[in-house]
Design a protein around this ligand. Structure first.
Ligand code: BGC
Length: 801
């Protein structure tokens, strides 16, 4: 009997109340079970780059101390590995830790697209490219689920910023939605069948994700065939019954029983069909049954630490290496500068924050290899302010050395869930240090840490740059391996690094207005924009150096004409022509020539990572179906392939194309392909930035631009934010009350305090009943009545206090 059949049989024995009870969590981290039917409660917990299981108090808000576990490099790093096998291994290892700690579902991976370098949570996401994000996520999911541990693919969908993430509406056109923001989810769902998907907080197409039927049922289930459970992001539920109708199976975390009662009432009064509740109950039961197949496991910390180290080394990107300064030699007279050398930046803050059982630092690891180096801190860790005497000391230490290793980047306080960065700049004290040291030593290697692109105005003044991103608990060891040539760098950038923030296509439309954020750049995200308008970037998508060289040759296409029934095989040869063993990420891009569509200069359509000894060659093979080149035609709500000539490009980065070929595609009937040049001419002329008029954006959207601001007259609802109600005395009192709650909740947790304070004004009132807010749903209703001028609300608000 399949799990599904078994689940159906069990649900047939459940009472209405039992079925409804399965649709919400037991507390913060557990789903409910039904004891009399032998269904246990199961634990779901964060993710994504390690296990963050709260040690105790599963009922309370989510940033308490967690059990020690392995902190792997975060997603922005591992995506640069372009290595599916490595992702599988990391997923499997994290699942082994879940098995040891009795966790049924890991809340990750996150595949939201990096629309802007400023998104505070970019470190938890993979790429600006949907194919890369989807492929890497699928491999990770397969690794986790190979252990009978589930994942929650998140945050579905268009949650591409932290600012006002609980209430904002992402405004974008259907084609961009399908081709860019849904694609990674689609690939991961179809390839790896995640046990659960987590819907996001935000609104899209006029409705919250948590009750968006088109998103959760029509697209996810009907079009993509998803059969698992949809879980809400924590506190993302707005109207529980509407959510259930739309396809949201489980609400997390637990709110008082009011929502379960609402479900029961809706079934009893006939406004919600019992069959739909049955289906949700079957899916949740099936999830529980699948998860009890999981066998306990005892993992070996040293082997997971070694995997974390290998992963960090495979993911790091060598951005610059003038005169082959790297790899350094252990015997050289060296200086190590920068507090990050001893106190690494290795993860971000928020729900993904791991408590590692071990933390390497590069300074000690370099020493272990025999490097004797003088050291200076160079900057204080707790402030961005410049400390002149520390810089002077660093210059003194760096002077006359054969090589200087300088560790810098973004401080901890810059990267967290709950808020976005407001600049792409590094802290002033790091920049000044690099500039000062570059003046006294011209053998300067900068080792960069941070989860997202930074402006590097000093890049021309230093000789080498090694980017570690946030490399997890073993990044110190990985640094030493790479700097001293024990491992050859092989990471390639999973996102473009623009010269400055203003170059980014979302600039001016990020993070948006109080109520909406407009994705005016449409399809032109990341390299799709930079390459289309030939904008200089600091480092392009797919770029990364090695200590060896690779040559590309012998491009072969099995045919020169491809129709919708067939496949094209593309092969080429890659040779290691340098002196050391190395890995190369071979990238396949396709460019459509003379399209009537709005189309990016090129799109990534495949990648492979190969390992080659010096002098060795291998064949790299890709297959392509014409469907892989399809665009989404919103007019007919379907994917379609445009006839014409397409260029096949094989490259070492999006700006380093080594081989080209061409193929004629016999696509679908071209007659109903909209001529976008006449409809939205601005999108064919983006050289001077994204300056799209409202009229044109509306033409792209196919609907009016939704209101950007609340009006004074709009009544308050559970979705009004704390900042929306500051013109009311009760709003100001509430602010004080919430501030107090935050202080109490976060008294031993500085991270939680920073995050909560930054998020405070954006918090919707519905959070007062979840996430430690301490109010009942009835009290909340009273508060809202009061805000809307109904004085009787005070009775309800004060009841039960
Ligand atoms: C985050 C999710 C996370 C959940 C549970 C939410 O605030 O957006 O990514 O899994 O909390 O910690």
């Amino acid at each position: 009997m399949t799990h599904r059949d078994e689940a159906k049989a069990l649900v047939a024995q459940m009472t209405l109340a039992e079925k409804a009870s399965l649709c919400s969590g037991l507390n913060f981290w557990y789903l409910k079970g039904i004891q009399r039917l032998g269904l246990p409660e199961i634990m779901v917990t964060d993710g994504p780059h390690g296990l963050r299981k709260q040690e105790s108090g599963a009922e309370s808000v989510g940033l308490n101390a967690s059990v020690p576990s392995t902190c792997f490099p975060t997603a922005s790093a591992t995506a640069c590995s372009f290595d599916r096998q490595l992702m599988y291994e990391i997923g499997k290892a994290i699942a082994e830790e879940c098995r040891q700690d009795n966790v049924a579902v890991l809340l990750g991976p996150g595949v939201n697209i990096k629309r802007s370098p400023l998104c505070g949570r970019n470190f938890e996401y993979f790429s600006e490219d949907p194919l890369l994000s989807g492929e890497i996520a699928a491999a990770f999911i397969e690794g986790v689920q190979s252990q009978n541990v589930g994942v929650s693919l998140k945050h579905f969908a268009t949650n591409n910023q932290e600012t006002r993430r609980m209430t904002i509406e992402s405004v974008l056109d259907e084609r961009t939605f399908r081709e860019i923001y849904l694609k990674a989810f689609e690939i991961a769902v179809k390839k790896a069948k995640p046990w659960t998907v987590m819907c996001s907080y935000n609104k899209l197409f006029g409705e919250f994700a948590s009750q968006n039927e088109r998103l959760l049922t029509k697209i996810l289930r009907n079009e993509w065939g998803f059969e698992g459970v949809v879980i809400s992001d924590w506190g993302a539920t707005v109207d529980r019954v509407a959510g259930l109708k739309a396809g949201l199976d489980v609400e997390m975390p637990h709110v008082d029983d009011v929502h379960d009662q609402e479900i029961i009432k809706a079934v009893e009064n006939g406004s919600f069909p019992i069959e739909k509740l049955d289906l949700a109950a079957v899916k949740v039961t099936e999830l529980i049954l699948k998860s009890i197949e999981r066998k306990p496991y005892k993992y070996e910390q040293p082997s997971h630490h070694a995997l974390a180290r290998a992963a960090a080394a495979q993911s790091a990107v060598l951005l610059k290496n003038e005169g082959n300064l790297l790899p350094g030699k252990t015997g050289a007279k060296a200086a190590v500068i920068g507090a990050f050398a001893k106190n690494p930046r290795y993860q971000g803050t928020g729900s993904s924050k791991i408590l590692p059982y071990k933390l390497d630092n590069a300074f000690d690891e370099l020493k272990t290899y025999g490097l004797e180096a003088d050291y200076a801190d160079g900057y204080p860790l707790n402030t961005d302010n410049v400390n002149e005497s520390m810089i002077t000391e660093a210059c003194h230490v760096a002077k006359d050395k054969e090589i200087v290793y300088l560790f810098a980047g973004l401080p901890d306080r810059d990267e967290a869930e709950g808020f976005d960065r407001d600049t792409m700049r590094m802290p002033e004290n790091h920049v000044r240090l690099i500039e000062a040291v570059s003046k006294v030593n011209d053998h300067l290697v900068v080792i960069l840490f941070g989860g997202a692109p930074m402006e590097l105005p000093w890049a021309e003044k230093v000789q080498a740059i090694l980017l570690m991103y946030l490399g997890g608990q073993a990044c110190g060891g990985a640094c030493a391996d790479l700097l001293l040539g024990k491992v050859n760098p092989s990471g390639k950038l999973a996102e473009s690094w623009p010269l400055m923030l203003e170059d980014n296509p979302s600039y001016g439309n990020f993070p948006g207005y109080p109520m909406t954020v407009e994705y005016r750049e449409g399809l032109f995200v990341g390299y799709r924009y930079y390459d289309s308008v030939k904008k200089p970037v600091r480092y392009p998508f797919g770029y990364g150096l090695s200590y060896t060289q690779f040559e590309y040759s012998k491009l072969l296409l099995t045919k020169n004409k491809l129709d919708t029934t067939d496949q094209l095989t593309i092969t080429c040869q890659v040779s290691n022509t340098g002196g050391v063993s190395g890995k190369e990420v071979v990238q396949l891009y396709v460019s459509q020539l003379n399209s009537v569509l709005m189309r990016a200069e090129q799109e990534l359509k495949g990648f492979d990572k190969v390992t080659l000894e010096p002098g060795e060659s291998c064949e790299v093979k890709f297959t392509l179906a014409s469907q892989d080149l399809a665009f989404y035609n919103s007019d007919i709500s379907s994917w379609q392939v445009e006839n014409g000539e397409y260029e096949i490009r094989i490259g070492a980065s999006s700006r380093d194309i080594r081989l080209t070929g061409s193929i004629e595609i016999v696509g679908d009937n071209s007659s109903n392909i909209p001529n976008m040049r006449s409809l939205t001419p601005g999108y064919f002329n983006l050289e001077n930035g994204i300056d799209i008029s409202d009229t044109e954006f509306e033409a792209l959207l196919g609907r009016p631009i939704p209101p950007r601001n609340r009006t004074k007259e709009s009544p308050h609802t559970i979705n009004s934010t704390i900042s929306d109600i500051q013109d009311k005395w009760v709003g100001r009192m509430l602010l004080k009350y919430v501030q107090k709650q935050i202080d109490a909740m976060s008294k031993d947790n500085a991270d939680l305090k920073i995050m909560a304070e930054k998020m405070l004004m954006d918090m919707p009132l519905r959070f007062l009943t979840t996430m430690g807010g301490g109010m009942t749903s009835n009290q909340l209703r009273g508060l809202i009545d009061l805000l809307n001028g109904n004085i009787c609300g005070i009775k309800q608000l004060l009841a039960h206090i």
